[in-house]
Each structure stands twice: as structure tokens, then as C-alpha cells.
Design a protein around this ligand. Structure first.
Ligand code: GSH
Ligand code: GSH
Ligand code: FES
Lengths: 104, 104
């Protein structure tokens, strides 16, 4: 669908993308982690897009199997949510992904 | 108001009360902390009460100044949210409050 193509293009054109909800603390936490790492993700607040928000969330669920926020992509690869991203960081596996994605 | 009286009675009659939203990870985290401490809070899921949910949230905001979830009370005392409760636990100040409240 058109919206699926939009999401695929967005995650391909931007090294780091976070689909978020502005009032959700887990979304805030993952945005703050990227900020601390000096990374400027593209942040899309699903609750500020009107009717497109829920439609986008359905597309994300079809593409990734994940209906929750935050929904994180690095280098067009689906990473998962907040706990997934924090776990990768703790294991030292997040930075290499960020370097690879920004070097593209 | 009638609803304010209900909240005051609820937090007086139950040693630990958590006003929560069922899909919110911060609400889940604070519920899990109490579970780990062997405490059975009274949990009120604001998103599962129909129109009363938002009304209760307004009353909680009037009574506590806090419009966010989770909203935690121990021994009828307003504690705050998830980060506040975790901070008290880290400082060893949560258990004494729980003991005092359950001993009432
Ligand atoms: N472990 C996941 C949890 C994600 C999660 O449960 N997100 C909640 C908001 S904090 C959500 O989207 N809930 C909507 C739902 O469960 O339908 C993560 O770290 O991102
Ligand atoms: N630091 C607070 C954060 C509370 C918070 O921002 N809660 C969010 C959900 S995770 C909320 O209620 N947002 C609604 C809003 O901001 O209007 C806590 O630990 O409880
Ligand atoms: S809505 Fe509460 S942590 Fe996301």
C-alpha cells in the first residue's frame, strides 16, 4: 500500500527512525538514549498525525509484527522497542549499528 | 465531589493503591516492583472504566497535582509516579512506608 511504501522509504532514507507517542515515557526514554549518544533520530509522533497515526501503526504492525511504541529502525533494519534498544546498548552492539547506518 | 470522596476512601481503605493504564509500561513497571516486594496493591486501570476513567484522572489531578499515570498512594499518602516510587525504593525509604501502611 501507499503507506507501506512511505514507511519503507522513511526508514531507508534516514539512518535512525523512532515511531513514538509524545506522552509515552518509554518513547521518551529511547529518544533520550539516542540524544546521549549524539544521534539525531527522525522522530515521528504517531499521536500528532490525526487519523494517519493509527493507520501508520497498523502498517508498522504488518511490517514488523510490533503494535507497540516506541518502534525503532536503524539503517532500515527493525530493532524493536525501548527495552530492545537499551539491551543492545548495554551489550555494546548499538554503537556499531549506528556507525554503520550513518556511514551509509 | 462524589468522585473525590470515592478516591479519598479508596486510598484510606487500602494500604497501597496504583491508578494505572493497562497498556502503559511505566504502570506495568511499578506494579511489578510491588509484586517483587510481596505487596498486593489495589490496581485501578483508568482505561478500563469507560467514561469514569477520564473523570477519575481529573479528580486525581485536582487532589495530587499529577495528571500522569501511574499514580501511587501508600497509607493514604500520595507518593507520585513510577520514577518517584523506584527512587524511594533505591534509597531504602519505600519498605518502611509499606510496613507502616500495612500495619495500620
Ligand atoms: N518492551 C516494549 C514495550 C512496549 C509497550 O508495551 N509499549 C506500550 C506503551 S509504553 C504500548 O505501545 N502499548 C500499547 C498496547 O499495548 O496496545 C518496549 O520496550 O518498547
Ligand atoms: N516520571 C513519571 C512519568 C509519568 C508519565 O509521563 N506518564 C505518562 C505515561 S508513561 C502519562 O501519563 N502521559 C500522559 C500525559 O503526559 O498527558 C513517572 O515515573 O510516573
Ligand atoms: S505509555 Fe507509559 S511508558 Fe509508554
Amino acid at each position: 500500500s501507499r503507506l507501506e511504501e512511505t514507511v519503507k522509504k522513511t526508514v531507508t532514507d534516514n539512518p535512525v527512525v523512532v515511531y513514538s507517542k509524545s506522552w509515552c515515557s518509554y518513547s521518551t526514554e529511547v529518544k533520550q538514549l539516542f540524544k546521549r549518544l549524539g544521534v539525531q533520530p527522525l522522530v515521528i509522533e504517531l499521536d500528532q498525525l490525526g487519523p494517519q497515526g493509527p493507520q501508520l501503526q497498523k502498517v508498522l504492525e504488518r511490517l514488523t509484527g510490533q503494535h507497540t511504541v516506541p518502534n525503532v529502525f536503524i539503517g532500515a533494519k527493525h530493532i524493536g522497542g525501548c527495552t530492545d534498544t537499551v539491551k543492545l546498548h548495554r551489550k555494546g552492539e548499538l554503537e556499531p549499528l549506528l556507525l554503520e547506518a550513518s556511514g551509509k
